[in-house]
Design a protein around this ligand. Sequence first.
Ligand SMILES: [Zn+2]
Length: 550
Amino acid sequence: MEKKILLKHALLNAIQHDGKASAQAVLGKIISENPKVRDEIKKIIPEIKKIVIKINSLSQKEQEKKMIELGISLEKKTEEKRELPELPNAKTGEVITAFPPEPSKYPHIGHAKAAIINYLYAKKYKGKFIIRFEDTNPELSKKEYYGAIIDGLKWLGIKWDKLDYVSNHISKYYQATEKLIKENKAYVCICKQDDIKKNRRFMIECKCRKNSVDKNLELWKKLLTVFKEGEASVRLKISMEHKNALMRDPTIMRVLEYTHPRVGKKYRVWPMYDFATALMDSWGGVTHRIRSKEFELRTELQQFIQKSLDLKSPYITEIARFNLKGVPSSGRQIRDMIKNKELTGWDDPRLTTLMALRRRGFVPEGIKKFLVSTGVSKAESTLTWDMLESFNRSVIDSKCNRYFAVFNPIQIKIKNASPIKKVRVHLHPDYPKRGFRQIPINIDKILISREDFEKYKGKKVRLIGLFNIKLDEKAEFVSKEVVMEMPKIQWVSEKNVKVSVLMPDGTEKSGFAEPEVKKLKIDERIQFMRFGFCRLDKKKPDLLFYFTHK
Ligand SMILES: [Zn+2]
């Protein structure tokens, strides 16, 4: 552990408590900021004690001076207020950004990043932000996905100035296609899909490419009315020898005979992705697009399309692909896993869809801070759950009240303790004004976790909020005062409540919690001390929590 971190917390604690830091409180702060510290707690405690003695020997003025020297500010986490770098050619009041999701899956944290960054840029320049559903594949677009995307973005606190649908503009695509054909910039190809693929690989022009404009116009009419799926498509006439394979006479319009969730059977010819997105950017006046690096090769084609129709191109910048280590994020992969029952649904706790994170108890502010911290650079970096969790923890730690729960319990009794009926414990030790909870006790019937029992059997431990004991099935009362080095464990006793916690790996843990958790409301987030943050998902038949993180 870095000395600076210890020093920071000791100073902050001293400043908040009339110049006197408490080693116990400092330790608590350090653990809540980084739970992994628990593993080296023995090593850290003497260091903390030393630093606290040193800090407490200073006057308050000297403490303040030291804080300034070390660049520590009382204002929380100023370092997280990262500014987004300036965009080129961005004029205040004139910037228009867009987030164009395809309504073919539930939004995940990667989409959220693209949405947030584009939204924040529009805000930064007092411009406009457009949400645009790229729903040009009637086979994949589903009503439920439109709703899920809107819900997810609203939950994150993203606001938009305009909500648009590519499916509202299909007749304009027909006009644009006809214009391209008339100017001999596009042609109708009636080759088989496999042949088109092969020709593209071997850079061979097909015979359709040589058709006259009149012939193409005639075929275009047939495309709109009689050609079946896969029988014909419209292709841009660029070059079959282009070094970017996407530029080898790409398809821009094709037949897809499905019922569309918004426009039904009104259209049977639909624009391909690049054609759709390039024209919508220009028609919507989008000035800046910030998007994931996987689209990098497509920019050339999209700009070519815009130029062919004398339309303006937005400034495009790519940011690193967003992937959280070990999490499936492709829509197809998730759809298959749900079908095969490997996942319980789009909100399965193993996923990073917004609905899964929300159900686990993540909060929008934590997710947003994490996403903005990952920055707008192109350099790929491995993002881990740990990072996301630590941002979320920094937001929820102060808000979540604390309770005791014991999993895989073992019962002990305590000799020589004066009998008490109940104990009052703070809901949150850092916010005493929030009040107390009451835990009923029967000293002959105390439950602790088997893990703690095995680890500390025969040793002195503190039952948090109560007293110190020598741990055994028949434990012995030792003393009342808090002893810093002594391990502290949570416990429950009388009138316990049965609880289950759904863990992020899909397994379920069952145990008992103190009676006051019965008062919690659905959706409430709490911390089960020494176990982790949880969100109450269901109350019946028993309380079911989702595990957020440690
Ligand atoms: Zn052809």
